[in-house]
Design a protein around this ligand. Structure first.
Ligand SMILES: NC(=O)c1ccc[n+]([C@@H]2O[C@H](COP(=O)([O-])OP(=O)(O)OC[C@H]3O[C@@H](n4cnc5c(N)ncnc54)[C@H](OP(=O)(O)O)[C@@H]3O)[C@@H](O)[C@H]2O)c1
Length: 198
C-alpha cells in the first residue's frame, strides 16, 4: 500500500494532536490548568482536535494586527470558522513585533508602522493616545484580546490603558481597511502559513 505525502503528513499531524490534546485534558481535569489554549490553528487542525475533545480549546493564538483587517481566510487562520466553534480568537504580535521576520534586504520598515506610523499616530492625536494604543484599541474594541510584549514600564502602562475611551466608527473603518503591514507568517504577505500545515 502506498500513501501520498499529504495523507501521510495529515496522519502524523492528527496523531500528534490526538496524543497532545488528551494530555492537556488530563491536566485540565486534574485542576492543573484552567483552560486549554491552541496556537497557529486553522480549520483543519481544529476539526482534528474537536473530533476527540471532551474539553474544547478556549483560545487560539494567531498573528493579527492592523493591516490584516481585510485579509483573507488563509491570513487570519479562518477566524470566523474558529469563532463559530466557540474558540476565542487572540492576537499575537498585535504591534507587528515580527513583521520584518525573514527580511533579507534590511530595508523592511513595517515593524514600526503600528507604533510610529502616520496612520496610527494621526488617529491617536485626536484622542491624545499613542500610535501603539490605537493599534491595540482597534483590536480590543472588536472584542479581540491582545498580548503586546514590552520591556518598558511606560509602554506597559499605555498598553493597559485601553479602556474608557472609544475609536470612532470612521477611525475603526480606516484601520480595518488598511492592508499594510500584511501578515508575516507565510512569508508571502498573504498567508499565515498555518492553513497549509497538515
Ligand atoms: N503563539 C505564537 O506563535 C507567538 C508568536 C509570536 C509572538 N507571540 C507572543 O505574542 C506576544 C507579543 O508579540 P511580539 O513580541 O511578537 O510583538 P508585539 O507585542 O507586537 O511587539 C513588541 C514590540 O513592540 C514594542 N512595544 C510594545 N508596546 C509598546 C508601546 N506602548 N509603545 C511603543 N512600543 C511598544 C516593544 O518594544 P519595547 O519593549 O521597547 O516596549 C517590542 O519591540 C509575546 O508575548 C509573544 O510571546 C506568540
Amino acid at each position: 500500500m502506498s500513501l501520498s505525502i499529504s495523507l501521510l503528513q495529515k496522519l502524523i499531524s492528527t496523531h500528534t494532536q490526538t496524543q497532545t490534546h488528551p494530555a492537556m485534558e488530563k491536566l485540565h481535569k486534574e485542576g492543573k490548568a484552567r483552560a486549554i489554549g491552541i496556537s497557529h490553528y486553522c480549520r483543519r487542525q481544529l476539526d482534528d482536535v474537536l473530533e476527540i475533545a471532551t474539553v474544547k480549546p478556549a483560545v487560539n493564538q494567531v498573528e493579527f494586527h492592523v493591516g490584516m483587517g481585510s485579509a483573507g481566510v488563509n491570513a487570519t487562520d479562518d477566524r470566523a470558522y474558529l469563532e463559530s466553534k466557540g474558540v476565542t480568537f487572540q492576537s499575537f504580535s498585535p504591534l507587528c513585533g515580527p513583521c520584518c521576520m525573514g527580511d533579507t534586504t534590511g530595508k523592511c520598515t513595517f515593524n514600526k508602522d503600528l507604533i510610529t506610523g502616520d496612520m496610527v499616530t494621526s488617529i491617536g492625536a485626536k484622542y491624545n493616545k499613542t500610535g501603539a494604543q490605537v493599534s491595540l484599541k482597534w483590536q480590543v474594541q472588536q472584542g479581540i484580546p491582545v498580548i503586546p510584549k514590552t520591556n518598558n514600564k511606560q509602554h506597559l502602562e499605555q498598553n493597559i490603558a485601553l479602556f474608557g475611551w472609544e475609536l470612532s466608527k470612521e477611525d475603526m473603518d480606516t484601520l480595518t481597511s488598511a492592508t499594510s503591514p500584511p501578515v508575516s507568517g507565510g512569508g508571502d504577505g498573504l498567508t499565515s502559513g498555518d492553513c497549509a500545515m497538515p
